[in-house]
Design a protein around this ligand. Structure first.
Ligand SMILES: Nc1ncnc2c1ncn2[C@@H]1O[C@H](COP(=O)(O)OP(=O)(O)O)[C@@H](O)[C@H]1O
Ligand SMILES: [Mg+2]
Length: 117
């Protein structure tokens, strides 16, 4: 379902953070990425969800595919519409909204599906 092929990520044109990173997630599978602080776990997720750009980072080699389609060349808004959501660390919810309102805000970008409240 999700494949990272040998990706390389560089921040600010010079800071090489990931090199030769590959992983696969099959449909229905849960994959945990383990590593020490600064190992590149968050960077890997941001590469998948397209969130490197605002931090001046980029996937400079390799490719990322979701459902057989290349997504590392797409921007975050496009990727989220394809169904990949990154839950950011640090509880980044809207504190002034209720739990339900936060959930509604979270599905705002998704296409309406039959039966989705
Ligand atoms: N926006 C950024 N600009 C430059 N370097 C960064 C940036 N974000 C993370 N890094 C560096 O990339 C490396 C991996 O960080 P990160 O992906 O946050 O690791 P983890 O989530 O595994 O703790 C660290 O050396 C970190 O300092
Ligand atoms: Mg992290």
């Amino acid at each position: 379902m999700l494949t990272l092929n040998n990706i390389e990520v560089i921040y600010n044109d010079v800071i090489l953070v990931l090199k030769g990173m590959s992983m696969q997630v099959a449909e229905g599978q849960i994959v945990a990425l383990l590593g020490s602080n600064g190992a590149g776990k968050t960077t890997t997720l941001k590469a998948v969800s397209g969130l490197l750009k605002p931090e001046d980072g980029a996937v400079t080699d390799g490719s990322i595919e979701f459902l057989g389609e290349r997504i590392d060349t797409r921007d975050a808004a496009d990727i989220v519409r394809r169904g990949i959501f990154q839950v950011m660390e640090g509880r980044r919810v809207f504190p002034h909204l209720t739990v339900e309102e936060n959930l509604v805000a979270g599905v705002h970008a998704a296409r309406p599906a039959p039966g989705r409240a």
